[in-house]
Write a protein that binds this ligand. Structure first.
Ligand SMILES: Nc1ccn([C@@H]2O[C@H](COP(=O)(O)OP(=O)(O)OP(=O)(O)O)[C@@H](O)[C@H]2O)c(=O)n1
Ligand SMILES: C[C@](O)(CO)[C@H](O)COP(=O)(O)O
Length: 225
């Protein structure tokens, strides 16, 4: 299975001056934890790290330190996650039929979850890891007034890994580009193209390190492993 790791963001919500994936959690960069999980997942045979060239020296040193034995390619990132994944898809070897996409920022993913997504994508065209929403969610207008309370039974929090048939995902990205769609995950492109995306059970601990609070949470979760 080919794995693309979008890792080309700037981490605005983290508030730092450089890519948040180089921040340390339990004495290792965030991206190193993500790569360790990918390296340990037996189903993953090829890793593409989508990142800004300015970060390549740091990322290459991290890959070398981890002694990753699988092929690792560096792919230039874009100005949005969507554009970065688009670049990643163009860089996949022609032999790739399916692909998993996993955010570099979800550094707590387990090899088991990567393996189970790799297995499940053999049986469908698109899937995402997700967990049921625990809170009551409110839809609020621009004046701060609640409009509705959606039925929680139907609400799931999207995670990565997300897995897809490569040809279909390339077609959906091309369609998105033509139509000017802006989406925050790849499943949304499938949805807009009317292609089914299946949920696979995600992990409560598979949080995305987005804010300084998430860094503290990641530190705690890793300390328990
Ligand atoms: N141009 C971009 C933007 C984001 N990402 C990646 O997409 C994942 C999810 O994005 P997010 O957590 O939002 O990261 P940032 O864009 O860095 O954060 P922010 O939105 O706070 O700036 C991250 O692994 C990030 O590196 C990417 O590859 N290319
Ligand atoms: C793909 C994702 O991780 C699913 O939760 C997420 O959408 C990434 O972007 P976001 O803008 O931080 O939601």
């Amino acid at each position: 299975m080919h794995l693309l790791i979008p890792a080309a963001g700037t981490g605005k919500r983290m508030g730092g001056t450089r890519n948040k994936l180089l921040l340390q959690v339990r004495s290792q960069p965030i991206i190193a934890w993500t790569l360790k999980a990918a390296a340990a997942a037996s189903a993953i045979k090829w890793i593409g790290i989508i990142s800004q060239p300015v970060d390549w020296p740091d990322f290459k040193a991290i890959v070398a330190d981890l002694n990753v034995t699988k092929p690792v390619e560096f792919i230039p990132g874009g100005s949005s996650r969507q554009e970065s994944v688009y670049n990643g898809l163009q860089a996949l070897p022609d032999t790739a039929e399916h692909v998993l996409i996993h955010d570099g920022a979800r550094c707590l993913v387990t090899p088991d979850l990567l393996n189970s997504c790799a297995q499940a994508i053999q049986e469908c065209s698109g899937l995402i890891a997700a967990v049921p929403v625990k809170d009551t969610i409110k839809v609020v207008d621009k004046h701060g007034i609640i409009q509705t309370t959606p039925d929680r039974q139907q609400l799931w929090a999207a995670q990565t890994p997300q897995g897809f048939n490569v040809n279909l995902l390339k077609q959906c990205h091309a369609q998105g580009l033509r139509q000017g769609w802006e989406v925050t995950d790849d499943a949304a492109l499938f949805e807009r193209c009317g292609i089914e995306v299946r949920i696979v059970p995600g992990e409560e601990t598979n949080l995305k390190v987005t804010t300084p609070q998430d860094l503290a949470m990641a530190e705690f979760i890793l300390s328990q492993r």
